[in-house]
Ligand binder design. Structure first.
Ligand code: SAH
Length: 347
């Protein structure tokens, strides 16, 4: 049964939600390596041994939301807040460009300071200075009109994790004023506007079941995002989930392989969270089917303040300045880092 399902997934890039659940519930090492071999094979056909790098700039940890899992949630009084200026962001880009980055990802909490005017000004300035670079945004939920303005100003991609494709589960991870339907509508809007759109979720988030994960996989299959960010949930000391068990590298990698088989040309990062809970988590992610890494380009002093979860890595190979270390690690597993925009390949 398992082998039939794995073969079916490889051929048809689609399973029913029940079949995804079965695949998750009955996993073992043998099936995991079958899946990762197939995932790596299919990715090789499309992207060769290329790993794309993105320079991550954390522009603000000020947030009006209070997501229960997140260390920078508005209600966290212990969070030392910061916001980068336009000049600081541009100097991150300058630094990143000289290090070989051709995609800049601006991520932040939902900080009202970054209005459409402020963001559009920053985006067009980056695009004027670095016309060969792509800009990815990860700034949470905004209106259709706002997303459209950011797109028209030159932003190419937008990451907005759906967090969970199960409405009841969504409600357990978020305060009442945040809604599952709105999140999903935002994702639809981003796609409609023309962004390369990324969704994603945490693996092992509180109350998550294999049924929820099966729904996440079905959602990815149907929504057809160009990017998908998944990483283990890691508790943060100043949240109500402080004492909850973190997600595992094992399940994250298993799901990375499945997502690669669902969507062969998807841009799939080996996330910082994966690198943070295992010293070779990043490499394991790539060997399971991931093809993107996002080292940190933020100023050194604000990096530690962007604390989404305990012990989040932001130095060594997770830092843009550590690109040589990262390059060695990637080379040692038979891959190579490429210096280009690394756009989604439509096949
Ligand atoms: N405000 C933006 C960016 C959020 S931070 C937005 O809403 O999209 C980026 C991602 O970090 C989140 O989508 C979430 O999936 C992840 N994250 C937050 N807290 C985490 C935790 N405790 N463990 C692991 N990942 C976490």
């Amino acid at each position: 049964m398992m082998i039939d399902l794995i073969n079916k997934l490889e051929k048809e890039h689609s399973l029913t939600a029940d079949e995804y659940k079965y695949l998750i519930d009955n996993r073992n090492e043998e099936y995991a390596s079958m899946l990762s071999e197939k995932a790596v094979d299919i990715r090789k056909k499309i992207y060769g041994n290329a790993v794309f790098i993105r320079g991550l700039i954390e522009i603000s940890n000020i947030c009006k939301n209070d997501c229960l899992y997140c260390g920078i949630r508005g209600g966290n009084k212990n969070c030392d807040r910061f916001r980068l200026t336009k000049e600081q962001i541009l100097s991150c880009c300058e630094n990143g460009y000289s290090l070989g980055f051709r995609t800049f990802v601006m991520q932040g909490g939902e900080d009202m300071y970054f209005s459409d005017d402020v963001m559009c000004d920053i985006i067009s300035e980056i695009k004027t200075r670095y016309p060969d670079c792509a800009i990815t945004l990860s700034l949470g939920e905004r209106s259709y009109e706002s997303y459209k303005k950011l797109f028209d100003a030159g932003a190419d991609r937008y990451l907005l994790r759906h967090e969970t494709a199960d409405k009841a589960h969504y409600a357990k991870l978020h305060p009442d004023n945040l809604s599952f339907d709105k999140r999903m509508q935002c994702l639809e809007n981003l796609k409609k506007i023309g962004f390369q759109t990324g969704c994603g979720f945490m693996v092992g988030s509180p109350f998550q079941t294999s049924e929820h994960l099966a729904k996440d996989l079905k959602f990815i299959e149907e929504f057809k995002p160009e990017m998908c960010g998944i990483g283990p949930f890691i508790p943060h000391k100043d949240t109500v989930f402080n004492n909850y068990t973190p997600g595992t590298v094992e399940l994250t990698c298993y799901l990375l392989s499945i997502i690669r088989l669902i969507s062969p040309s998807i841009l799939l990062p080996a996330t910082t969270a994966l690198g943070s809970i295992d010293p070779v988590g990043r490499e394991k992610g790539i060997l399971a089917g991931a093809n993107v890494v996002m080292p940190n380009l933020s100023p050194l002093d604000t990096r530690v303040k962007y604390s989404l979860y305990n012990n989040k890595l932001s130095s060594g190979a997770e830092s843009a300045q550590g690109k040589a270390i990262l390059e060695d690690k990637i080379n040692s597993i038979g891959y190579r880092i490429v210096t280009d925009r690394g756009d989604y390949k439509r096949i």
